[in-house]
Structure formats: C-alpha cells, structure tokens
Write a protein that binds this ligand. Structure first.
Ligand SMILES: NC(=O)c1ccc[n+]([C@@H]2O[C@H](COP(=O)([O-])OP(=O)(O)OC[C@H]3O[C@@H](n4cnc5c(N)ncnc54)[C@H](O)[C@@H]3O)[C@@H](O)[C@H]2O)c1
Ligand SMILES: [Zn+2]
Length: 365
C-alpha cells in the first residue's frame, strides 16, 4: 500500500493506493464520519461488482450504510441525479457528522462530491475511485460538478474529500477502452511536470498495458503526488493548476463537436488535443521536434488517437474553442509544451494554427 498526503491545512487528507485499498473503507469511514452513518453513491456497473464489498467493510466497522446506484455514464452528471441523492440523504436524516462515499469512476466522484459539498452546506466524503481516470486524476484536487445542457461541469463546487481509497485491483474489470482513455491523463501529467515519469512510461508501456499491479500502483501513486503538488499550490486554478489543462482546450472543443457521445471518450479527445498542442508548440518555436515525436509515439503505444481523421471546419472549431468555459477575457488560452516535463500556460494563439495542428500535419513556424 502506498500513500500520498495532500496538504490543505486543516482540510488535508491521505490517498491510499493498493490492491486491497477498498478493504480499508470501514476503517477510513470511522475516522472521517464520526456520526457513524454513510450513503454509498455508485453507478450500476460498479455497484454490481464492488458495492457488496464496500458495504461489508463499512458495516464490519460499525458504520450504518446504504447504497444508491445511478445509471452508468456521463448523463448521470445531472441535476436530476443530484436531486435523487439529496432525497435519499434527507430521508436517511444524515447529519453533518455522517458522510458520503463516492464509489466509481469520475462521473460518480464529480456527482457524489457535489452532493457532499452542498448537502447541509457540506458533509465529509470519501472518494473510492474505480476507473484509471478517477484514480490518477479526478479523485484528487476537490473539483466536483454536474453538467448543464449548455456545457460540461457548469454547476460545481470545490470540496476536498476526507480520504481517497484507490483500489488497484478494481482496475482488472475496467473495459480496455476506458483504461486507454485514463492513460491519456497519465501521459499528460508526465508531459507537463515529470520527465522521469515519462521515461518510466516509455520503458514500461507493455507492463502497464498488461495491468501489472506493481507498475499500476507506482503509476497511480506518482500521478496523485504530481497532481497533489500542483493543486496544493493553486486550489482554485488561478495560475499553476491551469497547466493541467494541457491538451484540454482543443480536447474539449473536439468533445463538444462530437456531442459528448460514447463515440469519443474524454481521454481520446485529450490525446488528440495534446498531440495538436505539442505540434503547435513546435510551430511556435517553443519545443523541439523530437519531444513532439516522443509524445505522439507514447500516446500511440497506449492505443490513443493523435490526429483527427477529418478535422472540422475552421469556423466550427473556433466556435467550440471559444465557448470553452476556461477562456479569459473572451480569448481562449492554451498550454504549450516547452519540452517533455515542462509547459507554459496562458498562451494565446491564432486559430488557423490550431486547425492545422489537429490534422497531424506539422505546423510551419
Ligand atoms: N473532478 C475532476 O477534477 C475531474 C478530472 C477529470 C475528469 N473528470 C470527470 O470524470 C468523468 C469521466 O470519468 P471516467 O472516465 O472515470 O468515467 P465514468 O465514471 O463514466 O466511468 C467510465 C465507465 O467505466 C465503468 N467503470 C468504472 N470503474 C469500473 C471498474 N472498476 N470495472 C468496470 N467498469 C468500471 C463505469 O461504470 C463507466 O461505464 C467526466 O465526467 C469528467 O468530467 C473530473
Ligand atoms: Zn481531462
């Protein structure tokens, strides 16, 4: 079992990472939920596989717990499902000493986390992430949200969990495509801030794809540590945390144009966005060609797409990029690559450059 401490003063917490982390749920809940009661929120896929073990661990530790399962998928990040959780929390008469456990992927972490952020003006919650994306990314940093018809994650709050339990063994049952999609965020973390992790990924790609437990434990722990060090310095994304958006300005635009369908997973869009951002960086004279090649090669080794087969029309793409909620003073901002392990955030660029970069063709400087 590895641990990563996330330092937020009196809101500090520990991330437990290992092949049996979920067994510690009861013990963790005892220290996080003094009221002795909990609601476990999950989706139907995950609840079927891991719900019974989570409830058993809580009950053995003397926590009175119930399970609420929502349908799997992004569509559950809605006000309707949030309202169902409130109905259940209210009818259980949970007080502020009781808590919520978010057992599932990023959808459940975001939905459950937001419910915990606002029910009774905030109750404690434990993240028990079961997808690779949730273990390396969404369970760390305290961002919670549901979607609005007009945009993803428009309704949300910052609410740090009281503990995170990342059970590596649960990744065994994750569908292959979801696993690959999670690897995009892993490659992103290495590319923006950790050249040594990037080299480790290059050397161990086969073991990681085989879901070797020791390799995954290391990958998850290093990603959590890296993201923790960034969000501790900039919880509210006024500066450094923006570097985590590498590949996301274009990635979100690609997702918007695809209509959030399951035809394209988040990590797949981000992989294309990162490859494009790296080509753009090279075109701006910021990053050596060799580093763009390494990034593209690593994404491809993990089975991720690095160029759009049919790039959208420039006007469509501009519209999607400009509707990005992270734009500042009306202008979209990009995170550019300086070299593997270092990025520059807050960059403004011409729209013609983004479109060319998406097609995979090298951009002229
Ligand atoms: N809060 C943040 O900082 C942050 C960061 C990145 C992404 N996100 C959000 O995360 C969401 C995406 O997360 P995701 O990719 O985990 O999606 P998800 O939660 O929909 O999970 C993907 C699929 O895998 C299934 N699944 C999860 N764990 C499983 C397991 N162990 N075995 C079998 N099936 C399993 C789920 O049921 C689902 O069908 C998006 O909504 C995104 O906005 C949030
Ligand atoms: Zn992402």
């Amino acid at each position: 079992m590895r641990t990563v401490r996330v330092a937020f003063g009196e809101r500090s917490y520990t991330i437990w990472i290992g092949a049996s982390a979920l067994r510690r749920l009861g013990e963790a809940a005892c220290s996080c939920f003094p009221g002795g009661r909990a609601l476990v929120v999950s989706d139907r896929n995950v609840a079927r596989r891991y719900g019974p073990a989570a409830l058993a661990s809580l009950r053995e530790a003397g926590i009175r717990a119930e399970l609420l399962a929502v349908p799997a998928g992004e569509r559950s990040k809605s006000l309707a499902q949030l309202s169902r959780i409130f109905d259940r929390l209210a009818s259980l008469k949970l007080d502020r000493g009781c808590g919520l456990v978010a057992l599932g992927g990023g959808v459940i972490g975001d939905l459950g986390g937001l419910a915990a952020a606002i029910f009774l003006r905030g109750i404690p919650y434990i993240q028990a992430p079961t997808s690779l994306l949730a273990q390396v990314d969404s369970s760390v940093g305290g961002k919670t949200a549901v979607d609005h018809r007009l945009g993803k994650n428009l309704i949300g709050a910052f609410h740090q969990p009281a503990a995170v339990l990342s059970d590596i063994a649960s990744l065994d049952t994750l569908p292959a495509r979801e696993f690959r999609s999670g690897m995009a965020e892993v490659v992103k973390h290495a590319a923006i801030a950790d050249a040594a992790l990037f080299t480790y990924l290059e050397r161990n790609a086969a073991r990681i794809q085989d879901r070797n437990k020791a390799a995954l434990e290391r990958v998850v722990a290093e990603n959590c540590r890296l993201k923790a060090r960034i969000v501790e310095k900039d919880e509210r994304e006024t500066g450094l945390r923006q570097s985590l958006n590498f590949g996301h300005t274009l990635g979100h635009a690609i997702e918007t144009l695809a209509g959030y369908s399951r035809r394209l997973l988040h990590g797949e869009a981000v992989a294309m966005g990162m490859a494009a951002a790296a080509r753009l960086s090279c075109g701006e004279g910021l990053c050596p060609k060799g580093d763009v090649k390494r990034l593209v090669a690593l994404l491809e080794r993990f089975g991720l797409p690095t160029a759009m087969r049919r790039p959208p029309a420039l006007r469509q793409l501009e519209g999607a990029v400009e509707s990005d909620k992270k734009r500042r003073r009306g202008k979209p901002r990009f995170v550019l690559l300086e070299r593997i392990g270092k990025v520059r955030y807050g960059c403004e660029l011409s729209s013609r450059g983004w479109r060319t970069a998406l097609s995979g063709r090298p951009v002229k400087g």
